[in-house]
Design a protein around this ligand. Structure first.
Ligand code: ADP
Ligand code: MG
Ligand code: ZN
Length: 478
């Protein structure tokens, strides 16, 4: 009998605000350690937190984007534990009543098609500081710049049944968050990190015991960690053992996970209501205003690209991965409106392909959408062929030269003048009387020979369609 995998995900996402959740300290990344701190985020006794309303608005916006319910009254609680990077001895979080509940995210995977994944809740909380051990000789340092930075924790229902579904959910959520602009969601900077809860069961049976892989910040590691954990749990059970509920840590160097702490030794956080913050109240009017300012979401943008520009679902998906990509594409279409599909093909295949080879992202593209449009114009008006177009693009990407300047300088202009083409054909026919006679005698294969000769004589610049057409007529005549 087979096993069914059950996955629920918790995502911690840094909300991009100028200042921290409960004080005025800067949230800028990469500053000297402990230069962005104050008595509040250092956990000095007697300091009072003041809630950052921008963080609240961005959490509400995220909640609305995933079709969640906004609780007009939510609460803050204290989660008590001791750790060197938490000087207060407690984290302010929303435990009993979160700001957002009951949302969902729609995913599509190859294995299970379209599926809706429930989002249990989104709550606000503050980040802890950072312990630093690396490169230090037997001592640890603490950087409290991150202490008090606002986070939203997005908790899913245990609705996913494979690592692929989990990754699809995460990518979808990541994309929505980036489109909303509520977080940089830069995974390398730890702005979007994931705890994966995994269990296995026989189909139809109740959920099995879960383990939790903590704090992963790459899609690849998350997939590896889930796959590893599924195999490990099945082995434990099939060997007659029991999975114990525990937190585990993924080691991306050894490609294995190890136990951090089991539930028995887990902290009892002794949650209680945060006495220094009143309940968080928002009005329906505020929620409606935030909703009115909702930007276009990825799925809406994809649908619009398909309808407005006639793109395939695949192309629309490629060109809407980021707002940056879709903006570039729309600028391109504005500059070359005659053929949005040509724009999509050339951008997706030729431009993005070259950028990838150059190891560059679109922000560092050597040419503008307008310059790219000029190249497309020259192919559309038959100045150059598609084949020459690719060479011109190579030069543009390398040196930033414009299409027109390069075509001019290298004399790449295609010969589309029928008089000039007829003259070339006549010269070839005069020079090849035997072939001409054989062709006219029925050896039609020789057509290719004449095409080749004319193209050669024109140094590849004769318009191939015209050469074909004129050859058919001139070879026929006697
Ligand atoms: P905790 O704070 O103990 O991690 P939470 O309620 O915050 O608890 O998160 C629990 C997460 O674990 C949720 O994402 C939920 O979907 C998931 N989960 C719960 N039970 C299971 C299970 N049996 N297998 C896999 N995931 C589970
Ligand atoms: Mg958890
Ligand atoms: Zn501070």
């Amino acid at each position: 009998m087979s096993w069914e995998v059950v996955i629920g995900l918790e995502v911690h996402c840094q909300i991009n605000t100028k200042t921290k959740a409960f004080c005025g300290c800067s949230t800028t990344f990469g500053a000297e350690p402990n230069t962005q701190t104050c008595p509040v985020c250092l956990g000095m006794p007697g300091q009072l937190p003041v809630l950052n309303s921008v963080a609240v608005d961005k959490t509400i916006l995220t909640g609305l984007a995933i079709a969640g319910d906004i609780n007009l009254e939510s609460k803050f609680d204290r989660k008590n534990y001791f750790y060197p990077d938490l000087p207060k001895g407690y984290q302010i979080t929303q435990f009993t009543v979160p700001l957002v509940e009951h949302g969902h995210i729609d995913i599509v995977t190859k294995s299970s098609g379209a599926k809706r994944i429930g989002v249990t809740r989104i709550h606000m909380e503050e980040d802890a500081g950072k312990s630093m051990h690396e490169g230090l000789d037997a001592v640890s340092h603490i950087d409290l710049n991150r202490s008090g930075i606002p986070l939203m924790e997005i908790v899913s229902e245990p609705d996913m049944r494979s690592a692929d579904e989990a990754i699809a959910y995460l990518k979808n959520l990541h994309q929505v968050i980036r489109f909303l602009g509520v977080s940089g969601a830069d995974m390398e900077k730890g702005q979007f990190r994931c705890d994966a809860n995994v269990s296995v069961r026989r189909p139809g049976e109740p959920f099995g015991t879960r383990t939790e892989m903590k704090n992963m910040n790459s899609f690849r590691f998350i997939k590896q960690a889930i796959d590893y954990e599924v195999v490990r749990q099945i082995e434990v059970i099939e060997d007659g053992g029991k999975v114990i509920q525990e937190s585990r840590l993924w080691d991306s160097v050894k490609n294995e996970s190890r136990s951090m702490r089991s539930k028995e030794e887990a902290n009892d956080y002794r949650y209680f209501p945060e006495p220094d913050l009143p309940p968080l109240r928002v009005s329906q009017l505020e929620v409606d205003n935030i909703k009115a300012g909702m930007p276009e979401l990825p799925h809406q943008l994809r649908a619009r690209f398909e309808a407005e520009f006639g793109l395939s679902a695949y192309d629309a998906d490629v060109l809407t991965q980021t707002r940056e990509l879709s903006d570039w594409y729309e600028a391109l279409v504005a500059a070359h409106p005659a053929d949005p599909k040509r724009c999509a093909n050339w951008m997706a295949n030729e431009l993005l392909g070259r950028l990838k080879e150059m190891n560059k992202d679109l922000a560092h593209c050597p040419i503008s959408a307008q310059a790219f449009a000029q190249l497309l114009d020259r192919m559309a008006d038959s100045t150059i062929s598609g084949k020459t177009g690719k060479d011109v693009l190579d030069a543009m990407m390398e040196t930033g030269v414009s299409a027109d300047d390069f075509i001019e300088a290298k004399g790449l202009k295609q010969v589309s003048d029928s008089g000039a083409i007829d003259t070339m054909i006549q010269t070839i026919m005069d020079a090849s009387p035997n072939q001409l006679e054989a062709y006219r005698g029925g050896k039609e294969k020789l057509f290719g020979f004449f095409v080749g000769q004319v193209m050669k004589a024109s140094k590849g610049q004769a318009n191939p369609a015209m050469v074909n057409q004129r050859l058919k007529e001139l070879l026929k005549a006697s």
